[in-house]
Ligand binder design. Sequence first.
Ligand code: WTA
Length: 645
Amino acid sequence: MADSSEDGPRREREWVDPPERFAEAANVTAADREAFERAGWPGCWERAAEMLAWDDPYDAVYDDAGTVRWFPGGRLNAAYNCVDRHVEAGRGEEVAIRWEGKLDETRTHTYRELAEEVNAFAAALRELGVGEGDVVTLYLPMLPELPIAMLACARIGAPHSVVFAGFSADALATRLDGADSGFLVTADGYYRRGTALDLKRRADNACASVDHAVEQVVVNRLGDERPAGDGRAYADLVADHEGAAVEPASRDATDLLFLIYTSGTTGEPTLVRHTTGGYLAHVAWTSHAVLDLGPDDTHWCSADVGWITGHSYAVYGPLALGATTVLYEGTPDHPETDRIWRIIERNDVDVFYTAPASIRAFMKWGEEHPERHDLSSLRLLGSVGEPIDETAWHWYRDHVGDGECPVVDTWWQTETGGIVLSTLPGVDRMRPGAVGKSLPGIEAAVVGPGGERLPAGESGRLVLTRPWPGMARSLCEASDWGARRTRTVDGEWRYDTGDNAVRDEDGYLHLLGRADDVLTLSGRRLSTTEIESTIVGVEGVAEAAVVVGSDDARRESEIHAFVSPEANVAGDGALRERVRAAVAETIGTVAVPDVVTFAPSLPKTRSGKVVRRYLAAIANGEDLGDTSALRNPEVVGELESLLDR
Ligand code: WTA
């Protein structure tokens, strides 16, 4: 470790080498990396496609006749790839899913059991009338039935649309409508910190408010024998179709595997569509190369399957490789703050993949918790979702990884489908605080406002300059280039990620956060515009701005709303409750502001634009710097004193 005694930017030059033992056994060695690169783009991606079983071989790795296509002509089935082929290879008794429920309940599904239930549910979906191409919405908590339903959809060629269970009825209705989805798989409820929450009522309310008919299937989680209200019981359907064998639908590589709604820069949810061949090849390859997973590994990606991270690295990636994936229903501090470590210990987890916000919470709870558990099964640690600072990086490696495990800081997005920037754990040196260079086969650049490439040390917009297999389908379509911020600059293909970044002298990329109105918090992606417009819709509210804040002492990221009430309206507890209730109802509890600060006005530029940067500094207890560009600089001082702590 060089230079670590020095402060400030010099620390950026710290290197941490992968341990020799890890490097020797890693899935991808330096020679593999070279071979991948030597193959050249796009041919190098054939390596990823080779990890899958194809019904029909593809005609080319890539083509672009106005629309980008990965593996055109190839046909495959994602469920066959994630389930059947492992059983056919004699691995049916290996564990596919290990589920940890609220208290100490556990469930395991071997690959054979997974195949049986996926087949039975696929047959049931067919009987309900789900045809190839029909969108099935899955509004389920973290139960094994969620990946099972995803795979059952994939088996019959019905794209799934998973809606995070923390979203409200309104949010679900918007997504059912937008995807024109006539089928919903939900549950009676779920447990959160030991309390049973009603999901079915939300599902019913959503179905009642969409224009088309929605057929429901209900998973029993809370113990009610039969679902109240509409819908067929999942358990009955699976029992009725026990022993069914459903031929996997042979899908074109470019056919839809799933859609997922994410938050964009507008107030409306953004629809992202992923393909069968490109997406699956990308997540299988990155699970192998970056997460270093193989069939003998147990992987725990702690993200909820309702978000892209859970789709790619709790379900499709690890299962495509025949690994064991851990799913956990609860929260990390329930019933005790050592729950995470108990799960790792009990399941002999090899690779743990989580978000910096969680790591900061673990730090706050104290290293005595991981230290009380035997975490020696861990081989590799991963981070995703936001920049991980050097302190958290070192804490993670020292106290969870026993000072030995490599840490991969992986950057990607819902739109990229899978990891695009990261070090390769057995090959590249790590630099805490930096994601590394781009993966082989990926090209990234930092550009200025005119699209010009910036030299090291200058921050600008992170762009990807070549297509990659996991790219969302909308990015493939030329007609959408403008809308999806994909464009050509002097004939160069470019995808503007919306993130700011800076490259250091060694070419390592440091991410600086979003440049637009998307906020990411604990691995969840939300739109500030959507939350703000909901708050402004509350009677008595004139203006609102939302930022992510945290303070060092608490080490927790939180949603801060700065709200200015209309004249003669008191910014009191009652208004605060109405603000919170409105967000819970329109978007869901996941977006409810933790801190609501009332203020007579918000900091604005002379042209009247609210400057969130100052609000973020206040929420983070940081130095405000120069505020002279503001029309109303006095308000920032006032806001600091009003902060709702
Ligand atoms: C942020 C989650 C810094 C980034 C996979 C991106 C990160 C957004 C990192 C996408 C990282 C993700 N370092 N920032 N390693 N990983 N981000 O779509 O701002 O939920 O644009 O996908 O998360 O969030 P999304």
